[in-house]
Design a protein around this ligand. Sequence first.
Ligand SMILES: Nc1ncnc2c1ncn2[C@@H]1O[C@H](COP(=O)(O)OP(=O)(O)OP(=O)(O)O)[C@@H](O)[C@H]1O
Ligand SMILES: [Mg+2]
Length: 241
Amino acid sequence: MRGGIVVTGTDTGVGKTIIAAGLVTSLQDKGIDVGVMKPLESGAPSFESAPIPKDALYLKEISGVQDDLDLINPYCFKDLLAPGVAAQREGREVDLQGIKGLYEELKGRHAFMVVEGVGGLLVPVAKGALLPQLIKLLDLPLLLVARSSLGTINHTLLSLFYCAQAGLDVAGLIMNKATPDVDLSEESNFQTIAQFTEVPLLGSFPYLGDYSGVKVNRDFLAQIFTQHIDVGVLLHGLGLA
Ligand SMILES: Nc1ncnc2c1ncn2[C@@H]1O[C@H](COP(=O)(O)OP(=O)(O)OP(=O)(O)O)[C@@H](O)[C@H]1O
Ligand SMILES: [Mg+2]
């Protein structure tokens, strides 16, 4: 059984946070004790000069975990840059082993960990290190979130082919519709990608319109996630079902 998953994306803003939240709530509804982590966050708004890790805060709130925010998010940067770049600009160092230590601590408290990645896949997370190095250190499979619109075939296949080449285990792919815009490719993107990968395609998550309302409605989010995403296939692949 794998004790967790990293929710990563084909790009920044594709919906990792909402998909991570949906996954957390739907696993909880299956009786699984889920912990959350967003180890690196950037572009954070400040309150009294302290940056606020919005994604980490949201994942903590929606999951209802009692863990300290500092454990869930050890690194938060003000600048909207890849964390490794933001850290360098602030003269800070990201300690990947330290993140692993915090992850192990949280993992000891929960049956399953949902860890949100950052940006896309090949994103600097520390000096000389890209996100896959952290994923390997945590020894976790990943869930890839892709946008549903034009351009996603290229982004998704590049990400999946990289994972295969780098020996990263992809437990599933979810397409997320993050904007109301519609384009012709959306009719066929899912099926087209399926022709080129063996990775389980878990489903398409719909555009939710008033996202802020759904965000705070835990049960509604869980219901939508379970309706559209094949959580059973994911759990089976992870050895949890
Ligand atoms: N299914 C959806 N329905 C409605 N709005 C969505 C949906 N998915 C994403 N969004 C919108 O797109 C924005 C980006 O989504 P989200 O924050 O989940 O992406 P992300 O990949 O986690 O971004 P980051 O790289 O900053 O962590 C959200 O603020 C939200 O407004
Ligand atoms: Mg996010």
